[in-house]
Design a protein around this ligand. Structure first.
Ligand code: CP
Ligand code: NVA
Length: 308
């Protein structure tokens, strides 16, 4: 069963195929209305369940539109409206949904919900973000980097700020796609050793550098994300902001990175917090290409999952 649970759990050759396939599908749609069907309709007669236990704009819309373009249909489910949110087990939910739909995408809190869903489902399951990882985002990020700057292998990616779920998937991608990463942030918010260990074991150079200006020297890409993720307690907001303030991506930091460095952010961004508007809307930013590429990358992920 081709579940797409995490970047380190998917073969490197399959990941490469998905990125290249996504680029081909994007090129084939150039200039067409968003709702136009693809020439091929590989998801014709397929139904995809999209389960959200956390808010979403990009993941929700890009999966829905992607399925429609490929000729399929979706069912959008919010966790609280499902019996899952009222005591039905994940295992039972997975088995029931497998009788109705061909593919399940789930955004949830605890990673164990995702893995249990995959264990008991008879259809492929896709990780649409958990507290620990966000692999679909990073597929779009790799695709976007390569569109602008060519192969990502051997390049230097700098992660500035919280070593969170998106950072974890970037570390997995560093190992699988063969690029190096420098993480710059406060020690309390370093990524878990497991994620760093995976990338290092795969041969990537992973550096922790507390000084953000030193960190970005020679960067090909600088990445930021929110300082307070959906799974973080709101009561920790002020403390986190105080710890992270020095890691804001602003014009000075991008100047230290050099004019060829790209800037990415998975969005939603908190302007003037983790990133200034001058960077978000500036010439080095590719954040809206990155958001668009969620659509194309996930279409390739879904086709890989279904083998269509
Ligand atoms: N980047 C991302 O996953 O955005 P949403 O939370 O809007 O889906
Ligand atoms: N780290 C963020 C990513 C949102 C897409 C969060 O988990 O809230």
């Amino acid at each position: 069963m081709n579940h797409f649970l995490d970047i380190h759990k998917t073969g490197a050759a399959d990941l490469r195929h998905m990125i290249d396939h996504a680029r081909e599908m994007k090129a084939a749609r150039l200039g067409r209305p968003k709702g136009a069907l693809d020439d091929e309709q590989p998801l014709k007669d397929h139904v995809v369940a999209l389960i959200f236990e956390k808010p979403s704009t990009r993941t929700r819309v890009s999966f829905d539109v992607g399925v429609r373009q490929m000729g399929g249909t979706t069912i959008l489910l919010s966790g609280t409206e499902m019996q899952l949110g009222h005591g039905e087990t994940i295992a039972d939910t997975a088995q029931v949904l497998s009788r109705y739909v061909d593919l399940i995408m789930i955004r949830t809190f605890d990673e164990s919900v995702l893995t249990e869903m995959a264990e008991f489902a008879d259809v492929p399951v896709i990780n649409g973000l958990t507290d620990r990882t966000h692999p679909c985002q990073i597929m779009a990020d790799v695709m976007t980097f390569e569109e602008h700057h060519g192969p990502i292998r051997g390049k230097k990616v700098v992660w500035a700020g919280d070593g969170n779920n998106v950072c974890a998937s970037m570390l997995h991608a560093a190992g699988q796609f063969g690029f190096d990463m420098t993480i710059t942030g406060p020690s309390q918010l370093d990524p878990e050793d497991e994620f760093i260990g995976f990338a290092r074991k795969a041969g990537s150079k992973i550096t922790i550098e507390r000084d953000p200006y030193k960190a970005v020297a020679g960067a090909d890409l600088v990445v930021a994300d929110t300082w307070v993720s959906m799974h973080d307690s709101q009561s920790a907001k002020e403390r986190r902001h105080n710890m992270l303030r020095g890691y804001q991506v602003n014009d000075d930091l991008m100047a230290a990175a050099g004019k060829d460095a790209l800037f990415m952010h998975c969005l939603p961004a908190h302007r003037e917090e983790e990133v200034t508007s001058s960077v978000m809307d500036g010439p080095q930013s590719v954040v809206f290409d990155e958001a668009e590429n969620r659509l194309h990358a996930q279409k390739a992920v879904m086709r890989w999952c279904l083998g269509v």
